[in-house]
Write a protein that binds this ligand. Structure first.
Ligand code: ZN
Length: 167
């Protein structure tokens, strides 16, 4: 596994809709492993391939239970992810982003989403997420569509360092 360099705003790769993955093999596995390592090192709770300069539709998410920290974190790897369902009720939350260092903003997101896509072997998968996990998926899927949370935020500010929880 190799730590990859993070691309920061205003790098153009963050603004391009990423390419669908068609080949499932060693190269993809290496990319996924590197993304997991880079996300954990940052540290962040999610990472999309364009954030390390790779314009491919690949995301990784690692998040625990928001109410009970004793439950181990769960890792999700989704290739060609798509939101196939989302709840109409939205909640506001404070987001940061590894690609927009030093800032946070308030963003409305759907409370519940269903994400479909493929695993690293190309098998179809479907994930139902709610709360923060749903927010992280919406944030990461925005990345592969060239959208940053700052496009959606009602306001953006520079937080105290301890307020930061970058995703
Ligand atoms: Zn981000």
């Amino acid at each position: 596994m190799t730590l990859r360099e993070l691309n920061a705003f205003p790098d153009q790769v963050l603004r391009q809709p990423a390419q669908p993955v068609k080949k499932f093999g060693e190269e993809l596995k290496t990319l996924v492993d590197d993304m997991i390592e880079t996300m954990r090192d940052a540290p962040g709770v999610g990472l999309a391939a364009p954030q390390i300069g790779i314009s491919k539709r690949v995301i990784v998410v690692e998040f625990g239970n928001e109410e009970d920290e004793s439950i181990p974190k769960q890792l999700y790897v989704v290739i060609n992810p798509e939101i196939v369902r989302k709840s109409e009720d939205q909640i506001v939350g404070i987001e940061g982003c590894l690609s927009v260092p030093g800032l946070v903003g308030e963003v409305d997101r759907s409370q519940i989403v269903t994400v479909s896509g493929q695993d690293v072997h190309g098998e179809k998968i479907k994930i139902r997420a709610q709360g923060w996990l749903a927010r992280i998926f919406q944030h990461e899927i925005d990345h592969i569509n060239g959208v940053l949370y700052t496009d959606r935020a009602q306001n953006i500010w520079q937080p105290d360092p301890e307020e930061m929880d970058s995703i």
